[in-house]
Structure formats: structure tokens, C-alpha cells
Write a protein that binds this ligand. Structure first.
Ligand SMILES: N[C@@H](CCC(=O)N[C@@H](CS)C(=O)NCC(=O)O)C(=O)O
Length: 214
């Protein structure tokens, strides 16, 4: 069984969406940021970086480990889910490299620049200084252009197979309205965005764990 410790944020959603796609059984543990549960000693034993998402596989197969395995960093968790389920990743070695290229691009470039924009927009909303917000927005728009370029000739980021690379990029592109951006100038990206959005697993995984009603 996979135990998912998460929250419905862009990085957390990557994992709930991938788990829904994978068909693997899992149980959800909502992490309460208001109570700083992600910084508790118990959580830090799972992820010393004190951030969600984290999974604990109580029944890992392969490797030398006999006990549960904890995995943190959304990109590593996505790979773990793809390997364990045999889904969301191509079989052919070259196609796997193609998926890895875009998984790393999404997990590093897109995720980190989008996170900068996210936090700066939040600061601006609170009336606080948000230095270099426009610079980060410009860079995020440039990254949208890179995604748009590759998607002009393909259905999914890695080619014909829907993969963990698509999920890793989608949850951050999904925040474009909050980030003050549109997809209007990126028709291929917009088409891909709608295709991922329409998948039943995306719809279901998006609200896992459900946000507490205010
Ligand atoms: N590089 C990490 C980033 C994880 C991350 O930043 N998670 C955020 C939520 S989206 C978090 O836990 N924030 C709470 C905190 O920083 O205390 C990953 O991809 O898993």
C-alpha cells in the first residue's frame, strides 16, 4: 500500500493525479500547513526538507529494503509510481529518455520558476514588496513557449505516450490565471492543457486530499 502525505497544491497534485492514473492502491494523509505538520519530527523523518509531497510504500518490491520505503521530491515520486505500476512511462529506452528530459524540465525549470512567481504574486497580494516579479513572469512565459514549441508536433510531451512528464508540467501550468498569464499566444500548449485537464484521473486527483471548507 502507498501512503500519500500531501496537500492539494501544484506539487501535491502531481502525485495524487499520477496515483489515480496508475491504478495503484493508496491511502491519503492530509498534511496541515496551518499546524506546520510538514515540519514535525515525524514528518522530517520522511522528508528532511519538510515539504509535501511524500509517499511511503509499505510493500516495496525489489531492492534490498525489507521495510517501508519513503520517497520525497515530486519528480522522484512520479518515477517511483511509473516504475511500480508499469504505466505513465514508455517501454522503449529512447522513448524513456525523451520522457525523462521533459520530466526534468518540468520538475526543475517549470516548477521552480512557477513557484517563484507564485510566492511573489502572494506577496504582492498582501501589499508587500515583490521584487523581480515581472522578470520571473517573463521567464515563465518563455518556458510556456518552449512547451508550446515541442507540443506543436506531438500530442504529449514525450511523444505518443501520456507520461509523468505531462503531469509534472500540467499542475504548474494550471496555475497560469493566478500567475497573471494566459495561454492565448500558445495554442499547442493550450490544446495539451485541455487534453490533460479532461482526463478523469486529473479531475479526481486534483482535489486530493480535499481542502477543508473555510
Ligand atoms: N521540490 C519539491 C518542492 C515541494 C514543495 O515546495 N512543496 C510545498 C507545497 S507545493 C510545501 O510543502 N510547502 C510547505 C513548506 O514549505 O513548508 C518537490 O517537487 O516535491
Amino acid at each position: 500500500m502507498i501512503e500519500l502525505h500531501s496537500r492539494a497544491t501544484p506539487n501535491g497534485r502531481k502525485i495524487s493525479i499520477a496515483l489515480e492514473e496508475s491504478g495503484l492502491p493508496y491511502r491519503v494523509h492530509a498534511v496541515d500547513f496551518a499546524r506546520q505538520e510538514q515540519k514535525s519530527p515525524e514528518f522530517l523523518r520522511l522528508n528532511p526538507n519538510g515539504r509535501i509531497p511524500v509517499i511511503v510504500d509499505t510493500d516495496p518490491k525489489g531492492g534490498d529494503s525489507e521495510g517501508p520505503v519513503a520517497v520525497f521530491e515530486s519528480g522522484a515520486i512520479l518515477l517511483y509510481i511509473a516504475e511500480k505500476s508499469g504505466r505513465l512511462f514508455a517501454d522503449d529506452p529512447l522513448a524513456r529518455i525523451e520522457a525523462l528530459k521533459w520530466l526534468f524540465f518540468a520538475s526543475s525549470q517549470v516548477t521552480h520558476i512557477a513557484m517563484q512567481v507564485h510566492w511573489l504574486v502572494r506577496l504582492a497580494e498582501q501589499g508587500k514588496p515583490a521584487p523581480h516579479l515581472e522578470d520571473y513572469r517573463t521567464e515563465l512565459r518563455r518556458l510556456y513557449g518552449v512547451l508550446d514549441g515541442v507540443l506543436e508536433a506531438r500530442t504529449w510531451l514525450a511523444g505518443v505516450v501520456y507520461s509523468i512528464a505531462d503531469i509534472a508540467a500540467w499542475t504548474w501550468v494550471e496555475r497560469h490565471p493566478m500567475h497573471g498569464l494566459t495561454l492565448d499566444r500558445f495554442p499547442a500548449l493550450e490544446g495539451w492543457f485541455r487534453r490533460v485537464e479532461a482526463r478523469p484521473a486529473t479531475r479526481k486527483g486534483y482535489d486530493i486530499p480535499p481542502r477543508a471548507k473555510p
